[in-house]
Design a binder for this molecule. Structure first.
Ligand SMILES: [Zn+2]
Ligand SMILES: [Zn+2]
Length: 150
């Protein structure tokens, strides 16, 4: 990686300003965040990778992270791993891919999970039937009360 020139030589904390993008390690599409990225990998490519540990990205001696790349002309773009705090140069999707395969051991979505998805419609139908049943019962009760109170 080529380091940008010192933007402020008197600053001893001269870190490289990094803007992170969440690219899918398989197809390279840019997602809005680590969770969206993990969902995308699961739904589109049928691979499961772990979520990041909760909390903020730890301080790094070499990099400072920014959400506003336009504020600093020296900001570089990198691809963030959605499962940990690792990031790779944004022109090197293969590095991200290799990192995820080696460190996070992507596993295929299990067959049962496929089937569960297909059954979801049935479950929803059962639920709405159940709701309908309750609504009918409530209507009956209402009619009963109206009879008693009239
Ligand atoms: Zn993808
Ligand atoms: Zn990682």
């Amino acid at each position: 990686m080529v380091s940008p020139p010192n933007k402020n030589p008197t600053n001893t904390l001269d870190k490289i300003s990094v803007h992170l993008e969440h690219a899918c390690f398989i197809c390279g599409i840019i997602l809005s965040g680590s969770k969206t990225c993990i969902e995308h990998v699961k739904n589109i490519h049928r691979y499961v990778i772990p979520f990041r540990p909760p909390g903020r990205r730890p301080e790094n001696a070499k990099f400072s992270y920014t959400s506003y790349p336009d504020d600093d002309p020296w900001t570089i773009e990198e691809y963030a791993c959605p499962s940990c705090w690792y990031h790779s140069p944004s022109d090197d999707l293969e590095a991200l891919n290799e990192h995820i395969r080696e460190e996070h051991n992507p596993t295929r979505v299990k067959k049962e999970e496929y089937e569960e998805e297909y059954e979801e419609d049935d479950v929803e139908m059962e639920e709405s039937e159940f709701v309908q049943e309750i609504t009918t019962k409530l209507d009956e009760l209402k009619a009963l009360f109206e009879e008693i109170l009239s």
